[in-house]
Design a protein around this ligand. Structure first.
Ligand SMILES: [Zn+2]
Length: 146
């Protein structure tokens, strides 16, 4: 025979006042490499290393789990810019291969490096706004991060 867990939630004034988090605002702030909550403090302490916490509002950045998602997103975005441009130029002008490689390879490399940090910031901002991983202070604390 199973026992039914009859856990109850006690609704108080504190549980009803959950911090509102706007997804797009948080992602825009993260894209600018700023704290998704206050938009002032720096999100990164190195190129792709997030700071431990916001220097202005104290938000803890350590629960984020961006992992490889920013790299995948950058590949998708840069690929959708470079590949159509390559095909269009090849179809209409057909320049020498060495010239194409001399332009497209550095262009792809520079665009990827330029987008990587802002995209990672946007991913961290989205995770914070959606209360993913450890960004939900009301979640049970006994679940370790993966
Ligand atoms: Zn902040």
């Amino acid at each position: 025979m199973e026992t039914v867990n009859t856990a109850t939630t006690v609704w108080t004034r504190d549980t009803a006042q959950v911090e509102k988090r706007d997804l797009w605002t948080a992602m825009k702030r993260g894209f600018r490499c700023r704290c998704p909550r206050c938009g002032e403090g720096k999100l990164f302490r190195a190129f792709l290393k997030t700071a431990d916490h916001c220097s202005v509002c104290g938000l803890d950045f350590t629960p984020h789990r961006a992992d490889d998602l920013p790299a995948y997103l950058v590949i998708v975005v840069v690929g959708h810019i470079v590949v159509p441009a390559v095909l269009w130029i090849e179809t209409n002008y057909s320049p020498a291969v060495w010239l194409q490689l001399a332009i497209y390879l550095p262009l792809t490399f520079i665009m990827s490096l330029a987008l990587l940090q802002p995209v990672k910031g946007a991913v961290v901002g989205a995770q914070w706004a959606l209360r993913m991983h450890g960004f939900d202070e009301n979640a049970p604390g006994d679940i370790p991060p993966v």
